[in-house]
Design a binder for this molecule. Structure first.
Ligand SMILES: NC(=O)c1ccc[n+]([C@@H]2O[C@H](COP(=O)([O-])OP(=O)(O)OC[C@H]3O[C@@H](n4cnc5c(N)ncnc54)[C@H](O)[C@@H]3O)[C@@H](O)[C@H]2O)c1
Length: 352
């Protein structure tokens, strides 16, 4: 396959919140990718976005974009139940494809995307941007360096508050991929696999519906290698993205919204003791110059989108797999489907 010497020309299908507030501001900072077209059936959404970010191509649907704009890659950023049809169209048209999470909601949709990705020689990525997050990368390196010994358990939190007013209807309905259990949860289901290297074997989920499905949820899981995991997920409480990985000889506490959010404890460290607190204060001070620079650009969380797009570009340019493949997306969607089945039955469910 020929490798472009110019920026990768990207077309985006779906002009909603994530594209406007997360993807495009970060993509604009990357010389490796140039956004040349957007597509959305909502005329106001696509025109205002194209105007705001000076994007020349503006189309009502993906097909017209593929027919009229010269794009090397396509990002699918529409509501989850539309991902499969759009992704298969873009992959079968020979483009590199980024599919936002959750990859899909229905099992047959996952199958179609996977079959199409397996037929393709191009990069097909699931948009799990957290895999590219600086602190997650650091944690993964520490785990690879065996500083934790054997991983015993992972505790995860994701709070992302959302008002009822103006919320898109798909976000209120778990069958459409909305709600904390699926829309937020898939990030952690993926990170459990990414950090532990093991698939999820079994889940038990509880959730609280309010005006919408799964405003808050908890999931406990057992991985195939025996690691025990919990996730607390909420769309009703203030922002938090935290992960604690506990091993036989060490423990990592990760706060993905802070520049100094990487804390590592050894076997003898007692959290809160003067020595540990001093070490932590010195680490914060040492990281302050870089942290302030990053904070001025919006902080680590925002930067994880830039890093994820850079990783996508590198996968294309260097002809290697992206950080999260279509199969990784399928695996997280399978866990999400098992949590929904657990809600329905009120019991533990094996992940297929
Ligand atoms: N990676 C992340 O951190 C992150 C964050 C938020 C959302 N997301 C994911 O991104 C996706 C979009 O989320 P959002 O919050 O932007 O949703 P949104 O509802 O704000 O926007 C979706 C847009 O897609 C458009 N659309 C619908 N059908 C389409 C089609 N067939 N072709 C093209 N466009 C179509 C809609 O008109 C709308 O403008 C979801 O899968 C969501 O889970 C990812």
């Amino acid at each position: 396959m020929s490798i472009p010497q110019r920026p990768i020309r990207l077309g985006i299908a779906g002009c909603g919140e994530v594209v406007r507030f997360k993807h495009l501001p970060e993509l604009q900072r990357l010389p490796e990718i140039r956004v040349v077209a957007v597509a959305d059936p909502d005329e106001n959404a696509r025109k205002s976005l194209a105007h705001l970010f000076a994007i020349s191509g503006c189309f009502a649907d993906l097909e017209s974009m593929l027919a009229s704009a010269e794009v090397d890659a396509v990002a699918i950023c529409s509501p989850p139940v539309t991902h499969a049809e759009l992704a298969v169209t873009a992959i079968d048209a020979g483009r590199h494809v980024w599919i936002d999470k959750p990859l899909a909601v229905r099992e047959e949709d996952c199958r179609h995307i996977l079959a199409s990705a397996e037929r393709s020689s191009r990069v097909v990525a699931t948009g799990f941007h957290m895999r590219s997050h600086r602190i997650i990368q650091r944690a993964r390196q520490a785990i690879d360096d065996s500083i934790l010994g054997t991983i015993e358990s992972i505790r995860s939190v994701w709070n992302s508050p959302r008002a009822d007013e103006g919320i898109p209807s798909w976000r209120t309905d778990r069958t459409l991929g909305g709600g904390a259990l699926i829309e937020l949860g898939v990030h952690h289901y993926d990170l459990w696999r990414y950090l532990s290297g093991s698939d999820v074997a079994e889940v038990y989920a509880q959730s609280r519906d309010g005006v919408r499905h799964d405003e808050a949820a908890t999931v406990s899981a057992r991985l195939a290698n025996g690691v025990l995991c919990t996730a607390m997920l909420s769309e009703r409480t203030p922002h938090a993205i935290e992960i604690e990985v506990c091993g036989s000889v060490g423990r990592l506490r990760l706060n993905c919204l802070r520049f100094d959010g990487f804390e590592s404890y050894g076997r003898r460290d007692v959290a809160g003791s003067p020595g540990v607190r001093l070490r932590s204060a010195l680490a914060t001070l040492g990281g302050l110059p870089g942290g302030l620079t990053l904070m001025r650009k919006g902080g680590d969380y925002k930067d994880s989108y830039r890093r994820a797009w850079l990783d996508f570009a590198r996968a294309i340019l260097e002809e290697r797999p992206p950080p999260a493949t279509a199969l990784d997306g399928v695996r997280a969607s399978e866990v999400a489907a098992a949590t929904v089945e657990s809600l329905r039955t009120g019991s533990r469910v094996s992940v297929s």
